[in-house]
Design a binder for this molecule. Structure first.
Ligand code: ADP
Ligand code: NI
Length: 208
C-alpha cells in the first residue's frame, strides 16, 4: 500500500483540482480547515481511525450539489476511482463514502448509525460554518449567489436570515465534546455580531 503521507498528498491534489470553481467559502482552504480541525478533534477525543478521519475530511465536499451536478452514484464513482488505484482498502473507501454522503446539513437527516470518524468530520465542517469564519463564509456565499444582505421588509431570503435558519442551530448539533466547547465561543461571537448588526441597521428608522 502507498505510504500514508503520499496518499494524503494525492488526496490534497485531487480535491484541489475538484474545487477550483467553488466560491471562496468552499475552496481548498475550507477543505484544509476542515481537515486540520478534524485532526485536532480526533487528537482530543482519541477516537476514530486516523486515515479515515483525514481522507474523510479531505473528500467530504466532493460532489457538493451546490457546485457539481453529480448524482450520488457519480460522486461515489469519482471517489472510488480515485482511491481504489491507490490500494486503499474497501473498508476505508466505504467509510469515506459514508462520511461524504451523510455530512451535509442541508441534506438534513441524521444517518442511522454514526461512526466516530463521521461525527468528527461533521463537527469540523459545522464549526467552519459558525463564528468569525462562518460569518465570512455566509456573506461570501450570499454574494456569490447575489442574495441580499438584509431586507427589513422581510420579503426576500437574505444572508442575515441564514443565521436564524441554520447557523444559530449548529452549536446544539455538535457530536463531540471538543466541538461543543469550540462551538459555544463561536456561537456567542455570532450573537454579538447580530446584536451589533441590528443596532446599526435600525438607528433612525422610525424617524422617517
Ligand atoms: P453543507 O455543505 O453542510 O450542505 P451548506 O452548503 O448549507 O452546508 O453550507 C455551506 C456554507 O455555505 C456554510 O458556510 C453556509 O453558511 C453557507 N451557506 C449555505 N447556504 C447559504 C445561504 N443561503 N446564505 C448564506 N450562506 C449560505
Ligand atoms: Ni464543507
Amino acid at each position: 500500500m502507498i505510504e500514508y503521507e503520499n496518499l494524503i498528498a494525492e488526496a490534497e491534489k485531487f480535491v484541489g483540482l475538484n474545487s477550483h470553481d467553488h466560491d471562496g467559502g468552499h475552496d481548498w482552504w475550507h477543505i484544509k480547515r476542515v481537515r486540520d480541525m478534524a485532526m485536532y478533534i480526533h487528537s482530543m477525543e482519541k477516537s476514530g481511525d486516523t486515515l479515515v478521519v483525514e481522507l474523510g475530511a479531505l473528500l467530504h465536499d466532493v460532489g457538493d450539489s451546490k457546485f457539481l451536478k453529480t448524482t450520488l452514484d457519480e460522486t461515489n464513482r469519482l471517489i472510488i476511482d480515485f482511491l481504489f488505484p491507490l490500494d486503499v482498502t474497501k473498508n476505508v473507501i466505504d467509510q469515506v463514502l459514508f462520511i461524504n454522503n451523510n455530512i451535509s446539513f442541508s441534506k438534513g437527516k441524521k444517518p442511522e448509525s454514526m461512526t466516530p470518524e463521521f461525527m468528527i468530520v461533521q463537527d469540523a465542517d459545522r464549526l467552519d460554518a459558525i463564528g468569525a469564519i462562518g460569518i465570512a463564509r455566509a456573506f461570501n456565499y450570499g454574494g456569490f449567489r447575489n442574495n441580499p444582505i438584509f431586507d427589513p421588509s422581510g420579503k426576500e431570503k437574505t444572508t442575515i436570515d441564514h443565521f436564524a435558519d441554520k447557523l444559530l442551530k449548529l452549536k446544539d448539533m455538535m457530536n463531540t465534546d471538543t466541538a461543543r466547547e469550540l462551538a459555544s465561543e463561536r456561537h456567542e461571537y455570532m450573537e454579538k455580531f447580530l446584536r451589533q448588526f441590528a443596532k446599526e441597521v435600525t438607528i433612525g428608522r422610525d424617524l422617517k
